[in-house]
Design a protein around this ligand. Structure first.
Ligand SMILES: O=C(O)[C@@H](CO)OP(=O)(O)O
Ligand SMILES: [Mn+2]
Ligand SMILES: [Mn+2]
Length: 548
C-alpha cells in the first residue's frame, strides 16, 4: 500500500478534475492525411485559443519502448499516464530476455519443451505475425523456433494472425513469405515446422474486453480444431482470400492449412502451446479458452489438455496465464492507488473497446479496483460494427454519463477515453475519421461546458497518434498512391506528439500560465495530482504545471 499524498494547500476547485483521453489523436506532421486538422473541430479550436496547452511525447523511449522508431500504443500510453513514470515495456523486456538467454533458461520454456519431447507431441505458437511491436514481434517468434530446434523439439506448428493494423494495411506477405522461407531453411529430417492456420486479427482470436467472443470461437475452431476453409499453404490462402473478400489484412477471413484434406496442425492432448503476443488486452480471452475448466462464452467442442504459456503475465491481479515466459514490468504506485489512499473519489468510463484502457491498463495491467467505496467503473457497450460505418461510436453516450456524473458532485477525479480517433483511424477510411473527430469535438464541447459550470478542471490529452496520420508517406515525406490514384491509407498509430490542454474554470494564478515543454504523457499523472491539490510523489515524472 502507498501512503496518502500530501496536500499542497494551494489549489481549491469546486468541481472535479476531468481527464479526457482522446485515443489516437495527435498533432500531424503532414498536412495531407491529417484527419484531425481536416475536421471541423470548433470546440477544440476555441479551447486551444483560450487555455494553456503543450505537446507531449507519446512514443518510443518516452513510453518505455525499445527505440524512438516505435510508435506509441494504448497499453504503454495508459500505463505511463496511470503510473506517472516510464517502465521498460513488454517489447523491450522480451527482447532482453531472448538476447540474454534468460527466456530459454527459465522453467516455463523448459517445461513446455520437455513436455513435447517426452510425449513426441507438437509445440504450437499462436500470435500476430508482424514487426509492429505493439502486441508482438516476428523476431521473437523466430528466435523461439530456432531455440526449439536446438533443444531437440521435432515438430512445430505456427498459427499466424495477419496484422495490417500496426503495419501496412496489405503487408502480410512481406512477413509470411520470408517466414516460410525461414522455416524451410530449418526443416530437415529431424525438424518439421509449418504454418498451420491463420486469419485476420480483427476476425479471429484477438478480441478484447469481451467485445465479441465470436472472434475467439472462430479462432479456436481455426487453430485448435482445424475447422474452416482449407488451403495448401499460407501464401495461397492469403492471395485467394484477398481476391475473394477484398479485405485488408486485419479483416481477412480465417484459413486452415491442410494436406490431403487433413489439417496439418490441430492442437491435441499432450501438446505445448505458446501465445507469443506480449500485450495482454487481446490475449486474455484466447488464454481463458485454453485455461478455463468450464467456459461459458462458447462451446469448445474439444478442450485439449496442453501445457499453455503466454509470452508474459497478462493480468497481474488475476495472475493470468498461470504460466508465462517473461515477467512483465513491475508497474506499481499508480495514480488510482495513491488517490484511493488519499480518499479521492474516482469515476472511470469508456465504451467496451477502450474500457480496459482506463481501468486495466491505467492501473498497470491489473483488472481490479483499489477501493470499491471510492471508485466506480462504467462500461458503455460498444456496437459490433465496422467503425467506419458508425464513426461517432459511443462518444455521445460516454459524454451523457460524464456530464451526469460531473453534475452529481459525487466525484473528485473523473477519467474517460473517447475511442473515435483511434478505432476509426485503424480502418484507414479518411472521411470516416474526419467524421469521428467532428463527433468527438461536439462531445468535448458539451463536457467542457459542464465542467466549467461545475467549477472543475478539464485536462484534454491523448495516448498516442493515429487519426493525425492517415496516409502513407515516403521517406521524403511525399504521399504514396495506389494504382487507382487514391492515397495509400495508413491504418497504424503514428509517431506524433499529443496535446495537453488545461481548461481551469477558476484559475487564480496558482501555477504558471505557461505549461512546461518537452515532457511525455507520463507527466499527466503528476499534473492531475497537482490540480487536485496534492504534491506528486517524488519518483513521478514532473508535472506539466509549475506551482507558484
Ligand atoms: O487495436 C489494438 O490492439 C491496438 C493496435 O494494435 O490499438 P490500441 O493500442 O490503440 O489499443
Ligand atoms: Mn490508444
Ligand atoms: Mn489503436
Amino acid at each position: 500500500m502507498v501512503d496518502a499524498l500530501k496536500k499542497m494547500g494551494k489549489i481549491s476547485r469546486k468541481g472535479p478534475v476531468v481527464l479526457v483521453i482522446m485515443d489516437g489523436v495527435g498533432f500531424g506532421k503532414y498536412k495531407e492525411g491529417d484527419a484531425v486538422a481536416a475536421a471541423l473541430t470548433g470546440h477544440l479550436n476555441k479551447l486551444y485559443k483560450a487555455n494553456p496547452w503543450t505537446k507531449l511525447k507519446a512514443h518510443g523511449l518516452a513510453v518505455g519502448l525499445p527505440s524512438d522508431d516505435d510508435m506509441g500504443n494504448s497499453e504503454v500510453g495508459h500505463n505511463a499516464m496511470g503510473c506517472g513514470r516510464v517502465f521498460s515495456q513488454g517489447a523491450k523486456l522480451v527482447n532482453n530476455s531472448i538476447e540474454t538467454g534468460a527466456m530459454f533458461e527459465g522453467t516455463t520454456w523448459n517445461k513446455l519443451v520437455a513436455n513435447v519431447k517426452t510425449k513426441a507431441s507438437t509445440l504450437h505458437f499462436i500470435g500476430l505475425l508482424s514487426d509492429g511491436n505493439v502486441h508482438s514481434h516476428i523476431d521473437n517468434l523466430k528466435a523461439m523456433i530456432v531455440q526449439a530446434k536446438k533443444d531437440g523439439v521435432a515438430k512445430v506448428r505456427i498459427h499466424a494472425l495477419l496484422d495490417g493494423r500496426d503495419v501496412g494495411e496489405v503487408s502480410a506477405l512481406e512477413y509470411f513469405d520470408p517466414f516460410e522461407a525461414f522455416l524451410a531453411s530449418l526443416n530437415d529430417a529431424s525438424f518439421d515446422a509449418r504454418i498451420a492456420s491463420g486469419g485476420g486479427r480483427m476476425v479471429i482470436t484477438m478480441d478484447r474486453y469481451n467485445a465479441n467472443w465470436n472472434m475467439v470461437r472462430k479462432g479456436w475452431e481455426t487453430h485448435v480444431l482445424g475447422e474452416g476453409r482449407m488451403f495448401e499453404g499460407a501464401h495461397q490462402a492469403i492471395e485467394t482470400l484477398r481476391k475473394e473478400s477484398k479485405a485488408i489484412d486485419q479483416d481477412l477471413p480465417p484459413f486452415v492449412i491442410a494436406k490431403d484434406g487433413k489439417p496439418v496442425g490441430t492442437i491435441e492432448d499432450g501438446d505445448s502451446v505458446i501465445l507469443f503476443n506480449f500485450r495482454g488486452d487481446r490475449a486474455l480471452e484466447i488464454t481463458k479458452a485454453f485455461e478455463a475448466q468450464e467456459l461459458a462464452e462458447f462451446d469448445r467442442k474439444r478442450h485439449p489438455k496442453v501445457e499453455y504459456a503466454g509470452m508474459m503475465e497478462y493480468d497481474g491481479d488475476l495472475h493470468v496465464p498461470s504460466q508465462f515466459l517473461v515477467t512483465p514490468p513491475a508497474i506499481d504506485k499508480t495514480i488510482a492507488e495513491y488517490l484511493c489512499a488519499s480518499k479521492v473519489r474516482q469515476f472511470s468510463i469508456s465504451e467496451t473497446q477502450k474500457f480496459g484502457h482506463v481501468t486495466y491498463f491505467f492501473n498497470g495491467n491489473k483488472s481490479g479496483k483499489f477501493d470499491d467505496k471510492l471508485e466506480e467503473y462504467v462500461e458503455i457497450p460498444s456496437d459490433i460494427v465496422p467503425f467506419e460505418e458508425r464513426p461517432w461510436m459511443k462518444c455521445a453516450e460516454i459524454a451523457d454519463r460524464v456530464i451526469k456524473e460531473v453534475e452529481s458532485g459525487k466525484w473528485d477525479f473523473i477519467k474517460l477515453n473517447f475511442p473515435n480517433g483511434d478505432m476509426v483511424g485503424h480502418t484507414g477510411n479518411f472521411q470516416a475519421v474526419v467524421c469521428s473527430m467532428e463527433g468527438l469535438d461536439l462531445q468535448i464541447g458539451r463536457i467542457h461546458k459542464a465542467v466549467m459550470e461545475a467549477g472543475g478542471v478539464m485536462v484534454i490529452t491523448a495516448d498516442h497518434g493515429n487519426a493525425d496520420d492517415m496516409f502513407e508517406h515516403g521517406k521524403d515525406g511525399s504521399v504514396q498512391y495506389k494504382e487507382n490514384g487514391d492515397p495509400k491509407s495508413k491504418t497504424s498509430h503514428s509517431l506524433n506528439p499529443v496535446p495537453c490542454i488545461i481548461c481551469d474554470s477558476n484559475y487564480q494564478g496558482e501555477y504558471e500560465s505557461e505549461l512546461k515543454t518537452g515532457l511525455g504523457i507520463s507527466s499527466i499523472a503528476a499534473t492531475c495530482m497537482n490540480l487536485l491539490d496534492f504534491e506528486a510523489p517524488a519518483e513521478y515524472d514532473p508535472s506539466i504545471i509549475t506551482m507558484r
